[in-house]
Every structure is written in structure tokens, then in C-alpha cells.
Design a protein around this ligand. Sequence first.
Ligand SMILES: O=C(O)C(=O)C[C@H](O)[C@H](O)COP(=O)(O)O
Length: 216
Amino acid sequence: MDILDIMRTGPVIPVIVIDRLEDAVPLARALVAGGVRVLELTLRTPVALKAIEAIANEVEGAIIGVGTIARVQDFDASLKAGALFGVSPGLTPELIAAARDSALPLLPGVMTPSDVIAARAAGFTELKLFPAQQAGGIGMLKALAGPFPDVTFCPTGGISAATAADFLVLPNVACVGGSWLTPAEAVAGKDWARITELARQACALARPALQGETSS
Ligand SMILES: O=C(O)C(=O)C[C@H](O)[C@H](O)COP(=O)(O)O
């Protein structure tokens, strides 16, 4: 799958933080049970790579990716763990070079028009707008559509169940990312049923047909 296929799989990519390795598989199963298959597990905790490996090996239907890619060595480590894609909060010349050398498809983060220009020059036309709300939210995405009609965004950061639909109607948005599907207290309390319900609600959000997409 390339990044656009991954972005078009569902309207919401959950951004996941795993503190206890034992939570990884049941949490991923809860999301998949609710219809959310694309999962971004952040490299923010010491168990993150092991958690990705466990999900890759044990959770049928999950399309597991790595979030918080910020260092060159993260690409190899992510592939070894079984990740199918990577997401970075930003993009540097070092990360561009590492992405070129790696088989891991990357969804790079941008926040300004200059970032978009640099990312596009490096060959990326699917981008994560991060942090989306803080960068200007809906107004920013509408403004970026003018000079960058060929760029498709996954806005992430500051988006909630209440605001996701407003982002998803924008023609240059394929999906949104967010942590609201996996609230910290639900994970701490192993409330997998709640997470499945949040996933179901996220799946019910209407995803617009993108330009050039045929209905089937
Ligand atoms: O760790 C990373 O690299 C990230 O990707 C950051 C996340 O995308 C945001 O932290 C999610 O933002 P919230 O939905 O506002 O919680």
C-alpha cells in the first residue's frame, strides 16, 4: 500500500501511545473491531517498537504504522518491527534522504507553505499538517488549497470527535489523525469496549470523494 491508499482506508487515523506492552494487542484489536484498521503507534515510549511488532504479528486486519519518526535510524527500526508506513511530525534533509533509502512509505509533517514547497520538491504530495489546529486549522487548509492543488493532507493535532467532520469535508483532506480514539484513561483502565465504540463513531464520519476518485 502507498501512503494515499493508507490515507483513503478510513476517515480517521488514531494516534496511539502505548505505555504498557500488554495493552498493545487488545487496544489494536478494539480499534479494528470498531472498523479502524490504519493505526499510528508513536515512538514516544520505550515499548513502542515491541508494541508495533506484537500488533504486526497478532492483530489480523490492522495496518500498523509508526508515528513520531524524527531520526534517521527510526526507518530501519520501524521496518524491522513490521510497520507498513511511517509518519513524521516534520521533515528535514536527513529524513528526506533516509526516506529515499528506505522501503517504509512516509507521511511527512508540514506546518508552513515553505514546508509544503520543500516536501513537494522532495517528491511528497501526501502530507500531515501538524499541529493542524494550532497551524490555523480549517482556514489554513483552505488557504493551502490555492497554491498547492496537488497536495493531499492528513491534518493532525488538536482535532476531536466534534471537529473531525469539518476537516473531512475539505477537498484537500483525505483523512484526519488524532488521539481521541484512545483516551489515556480508557487505555489505563483497559476499557476496550469504549475504544471500539469510539472507533465505530469515527468510521461513521463521512469521508468526501477526493478529486479524481471514482465512486464504486
Ligand atoms: O507524536 C507524534 O509524532 C505525533 O504525531 C503527534 C500527534 O499527531 C499528536 O500529538 C496528536 O494530536 P492530538 O490528537 O491533538 O492529541
